[in-house]
Ligand binder design. Sequence first.
Ligand SMILES: Cc1cc2nc3c(=O)[nH]c(=O)nc-3n(C[C@H](O)[C@H](O)[C@H](O)COP(=O)(O)OP(=O)(O)OC[C@H]3O[C@@H](n4cnc5c(N)ncnc54)[C@H](O)[C@@H]3O)c2cc1C
Length: 404
Amino acid sequence: MASNNNLMTGVVRTAIITGGGIGGLTAALCLHHFGWHARILERADTLEEVGAGIQISPNGMRVFQALGLAEKVVVAGFLPQAAEMCDGQTGEIMFSTPLGSAATHRWGAPYVHIHRADLLAILADAVAERMPEAIQTSVTVTGYGQNKNRAWAVTGNDKVHGDIVIGADGIHSTIHAQMLSDDKARFTGHAAWRMVVPVERLKGRTPPPNATVWTGKGRHAVTYLLRGGRLANLVGVVECSDWTEESWSARGTQAQALDDFAGWDPIITRMTEQADAHYRWAIFDRRPPPAWHDGRAVLLGDACHPMSPFMAQGAVMAVEDGYILARMLAENPNSDAAFTAYTRRRRDRVARVINTARDNARLFHQKSAIERGPLRMASRAAPSFTARQLDWLYGHDVTKVGAA
Ligand SMILES: Cc1cc2nc3c(=O)[nH]c(=O)nc-3n(C[C@H](O)[C@H](O)[C@H](O)COP(=O)(O)OP(=O)(O)OC[C@H]3O[C@@H](n4cnc5c(N)ncnc54)[C@H](O)[C@@H]3O)c2cc1C
């Protein structure tokens, strides 16, 4: 345990966390690390994640290192050799940045690809081991309340009391809606296909063992491997202006997905043909609100700052949030002061990631090779150019005392 205000005062404080996703579970573990107790209220009957992969960059792995879980994440996942960008139709590589051991060397922790269900299981098992009975499923939180000394989550006719309430209930957060009713998430004009395919079905069309961004006009795809290389993950993003909640179905068809990437590299086509399910996702983001808390209630992860996935940082930012929030609570007995310090440390960094992700949409969807020329030339002239561009993000260690 890094520091323990609660044991110093002899009082164990309790956080009520709404939402048992990656953000909520990690926050619970971080709070425990700093001497708090957590209760997690999850709406679903079982803790579950979409059947898709996720990239955890070194700045997120730093938190898992501090929680003693990094080894498990690495063993369950896949370590990509490089981050690369190539043309979606010709496969021509525009730049490649080494990852693998180079990531650990440069940024102090590995870059990992992992199946979301595997990551969630690692986090949930750790919570169950460290705080038995902390997770309650089939509980829908409908709001929060507070007085001078306590806060509570409202669950139908009941209230679950603690010292603070943390809204980690995702993009359509109930806690956010009560706290900041006018601050709605914005549809970015992108929809994402998500597919996972056993590599044995791909017969010579396995994607490279890298984090590969395939670029094209008005669309891009991302491929990578999971579970020691036995599964391949595909995210395919297309620009679309006609999304409405009513017309959106989370499950699309193989024909639609093939049509969206017609004429693309055979790796993309083969993966689309061989996937059992073709999930479609609307992409939203939101500028981080000026205040992230209201008295004893505070927001974290997508509940606060959903972002487009073009930096692969939404979950990683939720993980960083959890660590800083817990550290600020350990350093400040007054929750209001802790939340103010937490927001101050998080807001600019998260805003920069959101803006960079928006810029990436433009970069990945540029119409011609000429528009991407400057990036290609810079990477060829100085191979470490792209790695240097990522130092502020991947090299940041929230577990270091004094780090923002
Ligand atoms: C296509 C795509 C690819 C992505 N790739 C990456 C990537 O590679 N790397 C990365 O870091 N991020 C990535 N992201 C972003 C990432 O998925 C999210 O940022 C992350 O899942 C947010 O975690 P969270 O815990 O804040 O919210 P969620 O994962 O949404 O969890 C919220 C939880 O709260 C529960 N809940 C909701 N309402 C209630 C309620 N009223 N009461 C009780 N429980 C409730 C939900 O059931 C859920 O379990 C990607 C996103 C997309 C769309």
